[in-house]
Structure formats: C-alpha cells, structure tokens
Design a protein around this ligand. Structure first.
Ligand code: UD1
Ligand code: UDP
Length: 436
C-alpha cells in the first residue's frame, strides 16, 4: 500500500515518528511530504536525524508567512505531489496549517485522509489550531483519536462512530521509546544543566501568549520571582523574535536562575523533562508528555483541548496570571503532598502502542475495501434522530442491527459514553439516527 504523510513542524515530526517506523517495518511504500513550515535545523532536521527517520521525498519549502499565504502555498505543493503519487491514504497529524492544507487537498482529490490526533477541541475560535483541526475533521475519512472525550466531540459533530478509533496518542510511543535511548546515550555537554536542582522547564510559543506584550511580560515577571527554581527555557524561534522585539530578552537573560538555551533535540529534551520538578508551558505536546512522565504541569493558557490532563489532576491552567503562576509553582515545589498528587495522575493517552494500532486499522480498512472514497450507490434513505431510554440487556451493535439505526452517543446517568460496538446500553439514554 502507498501511504503518504504530510508534516511540517517539530511536533508533527515527533508524533508521526512511530507511524513512519511502523509503515517501514510493514514494508508499505512511504511518501513523505515536508511542507517546510519549520526549517531551522533545531526545529526540523535534528528530529529526522535523532529519530532515525528517512529524508522527506518532497519539501514544499513554504517557510514562514501569513496563514492564508502559507496554507495556500502548501495546498498547491501538496496537490501536485498527490496527483503524481496517487497514494491509497494521506495521513496528517494534529492541528497545524499542514493538516488543514493536506486534508482539504486530498479530500477533493478523493484520496482518503487519516487524521491522527483528531477530535481535540478547545472551543476557542481565536486559535488558528482550532480552525485547522475542525476543518480537517470535516475532510477526513478515518479519525485516530487519543481519548474517549475526543471521540465524543466528533460524534456530537455528526461523524459516524465507525470511522472513529480510540488509539491513544503517538506522543506516548515517542516518549517511552526515546527516553530509553536518551538514558543510554552519553549527552556529555548537557550534563551541567541536568545536575541542577529544582528544574522548571519552560516552553512557550502560542501566538496568544508570545505576540501579546502584556501577557508575555506577565509570564516573564512571574519567572523572575520564581527564584527557588532553576528555570531552563529552550526558546522557540518565534518567542525569541518577539522577546527581542518587545525588548524583554536581555532582562530575562540577566537573571541568574534562568538558562536561556536554543531549542533542544528530542533526546536531550526528554532527559531534561524527566529531571524537572515542574513544566510550565503553552505547548500541546508538553501537556501530554508531562502526564506521561509524571511531571506536574502548569499550562499558560485559559483553555485547553487536552482537558483530560486537567481532570486527571496532572495539569493546572494558570493563564498568563503572574500571581497564579508564582503561587501554584511554589506550592508544587514546597508542598510534597500536592506535587505527589499531581505526579500520580493517570496518563489518559494510552500505553505507547498508538502507531501500531493506527497501522492495523489502516491495513484492515484497506483490505476490506473500505478505504476508497466513493459516491453512495444506494438511493438516499431518510432518517429521524431520536432519543430513547434502553431497558433491555443489549449492546450497541445489537441495537443498531435490530432497529436499523446508528447510535451517535449514549448517556450513562450524567456521563456521555462513546458507543463502542460491545457497550451494553441497558439503563442508558441513547441518541441515534433511525433509518426508514
Ligand atoms: C506552528 C503551528 C503550531 C504548533 C507549532 C509547533 C500553525 C498555525 N502553527 O506554530 O500549531 O504548535 O508550530 O512549534 O501551524 N520560525 C523560525 N524558524 C523556523 C520556524 C519558525 O525562525 O524553523 C519563526 C518565524 O519567525 C515564524 C515564526 O517562528 O514567523 C512562527 O512560525 P510558524 O510556523 O508560523 O508558527 P509556530 O509558532 O511555529
Ligand atoms: N521539544 C523538543 N525540544 C525543545 C522543545 C520541545 O524536542 O526544545 C518537543 C517536545 O518534547 C514536544 C514537542 O517538541 O514533543 C512540542 O512542540 P511544540 O511545543 O513546538 O508544539 P505543540 O506541541 O505545542 O504543537
């Protein structure tokens, strides 16, 4: 099978790595399309090298720019490749502009799209990522969602449950696999940093934080007050530029307890995380890695599309509120009971086998002739959407077969449940489409 992948930024490379490994292991033909959105060595090539990924077959070289221009250029480049290569499926990951561009172009060429990390929602329409993931989810054919919550988000938006697969998040695959490798490597130059006490790892790059002087200054002021920590801050290029433009860089660099460094490779970064007492971040991937590695996280945002990390107890949203950041960070450092509780939060993102699960699903769908996009060959059926209380012992698929229906979601008292085939729905309300 010919499988194409579009990626373009640091987190996409990391989160696609286990899928790429699995594709190669199973000897499928891989077409790797790099959009060129991230182009610095530290933001792209070093991850290909460390994660031992093959070079991309195509690099569209879009570089930086306005969202429309960047997405438009990506679409043009991806379209040409897809017309030439005609893959059986295109995989996209997450919520960057590459995901929007890839999903739009492929779906119009009737190439099925598999969206890895689908179904996340922050419900914040000002985030470019929220637009990207929602638009991509309209265009996709297979949805690889990390948790039941993201599956329910899609169900409620009208996506048929048979297209949704809860596979965990490939970040766990990357984390487990590479932390083991990192621990065996002799990363000598890096040892000084790792020997520090009370490490607080800081990353930020979200437009709403770093392009807003007031918010950025609040976070920097909070950092200045967190003198009990050693703050290690590998700076994203976007953030470096805005810190300099707002004239905040030098003051931050002058602080004795702050270590401003260039973006790290994945192995070094995982080691740093594993030695940290606290992660302060606005990154999506770091919220997931924190709970995977049992490190307390404070998220510099007012909402998150990863609410599972918050409800599990491993992540607290602190926004860009100076006092809130300082108080909560010091509480984590000084109140062992509080920090141990955060560390013991259960990881909601699976066991590190997401890449393998995703490839199993793609192969199954392909071999059962369910992957291709075809126009419907039956005369359109009308349907009504109904709610019903179920008082018999019956599973989702038994109910659907018996009643010529498709269940969207089930309600178990106050909890919404994703309708897995074998879920027994006795005692639950169900929302379903009844075909006539
Ligand atoms: C992008 C993604 C974001 C993701 C992040 C991961 C979108 C809309 N945004 O944000 O979802 O979380 O990547 O890091 O797709 N720059 C460099 N060198 C590089 C790349 C960027 O200097 O290699 C600088 C440029 O000044 C550029 C700025 O960073 O204008 C922002 O880059 P861009 O790719 O537009 O957005 P990110 O903030 O990286
Ligand atoms: N990361 C890294 N080196 C760094 C900072 C981050 O390898 O110096 C990794 C981190 O472990 C995570 C990913 O980059 O897997 C997160 O990328 P980013 O925060 O840029 O994007 P987001 O996850 O917010 O989309």
């Amino acid at each position: 099978m010919k499988i194409a992948i579009v990626l373009g930024t640091r987190p996409e490379i990391i989160k696609m790595a286990s899928i790429i490994d699995e594709i190669r292991l199973r000897e499928h033909e891989l077409i790797l399309i790099h959009t060129g959105q991230h182009y610095d060595h530290e933001m792209s090539d070093q991850f290909f090298e460390e994660l031992e990924l093959p070079s991309s077959n195509y690099n569209i070289g879009v570089g930086s720019g306005f969202h429309g221009t960047q997405t438009g250029k990506m679409m043009e480049g991806i379209e040409k490749v897809l017309i030439d290569e005609k893959p059986a499926i295109l995989l996209v990951q997450g919520d960057t502009n590459a995901v929007l561009a890839g999903a739009l172009v492929a779906s119009k060429l009737h190439i099925p799209v598999g969206h890895v990390e689908a179904g996340l929602r922050s419900f914040d329409e000002t985030m470019p990522e929220e637009i990207n993931r929602k638009a991509a989810d309209v265009c996709s054919k297979l949805y690889f969602v990390p948790t039941e919550k993201s599956a329910i988000n899609l169900s409620l938006e009208g996506i048929a449950r048979k297209k949704i697969f809860i596979t965990g998040n490939t970040i766990v695959d990357a984390c487990f696999r590479n932390l083991k490798i990192a621990k065996k490597r002799n990363l000598r130059e890096f040892k000084e940093l790792l020997n520090l006490n009370n490490i607080l790892t800081l990353t930020m790059h979200r437009a709403e934080n770093v392009d807003n002087k007031e918010r950025l200054k609040n976070v920097i002021d909070a950092i200045a007050k967190l003198k009990e920590f050693n703050v290690v801050f590998p700076i994203h290029p976007r953030t470096k530029k805005t810190l300099m433009n707002f004239d905040l860089y030098d003051a931050l660099d002058d602080l004795d307890h702050v270590y401003l460094i260039k973006p790290l490779g994945y192995l070094e970064f995982l080691l740093l995380l594993s030695k940290s007492s606290l992660i302060l971040t606005d990154s999506g991937g770091l919220q997931e890695e924190a709970i995977t590695l049992n490190i307390p996280a404070l998220t510099l945002r007012y909402n998150t599309e990863r609410p599972e990390t918050v409800t599990a107890g491993g992540n607290i949203l602190v926004g860009s509120d100076k006092e809130e950041i300082v108080e909560t960070a010091n509480l984590i450092l000084n109140d062992k009971k509080f920090s141990n509780k955060m560390k013991s939060a259960k990881n909601p993102y699976g066991d590190g086998s997401s890449g393998e699960q995703i490839l199993n699903i793609i192969e199954n769908t392909y071999h059962n002739n369910m992957l291709a996009i075809k126009s419907p060959d039956t005369i359109m059926q009308s349907f009504t959407t109904e709610i019903k209380m179920i008082d018999e012992d019956i599973t989702v698929s038994e109910f659907e077969n018996k009643n010529n229906s498709l269940i969207k979601v089930a309600y178990d008292n106050d909890y919404m449940k994703f309708p897995f085939d074998d879920l027994n729905i006795k005692g639950m309300y169900i929302l379903f489409d009844k075909l006539s």
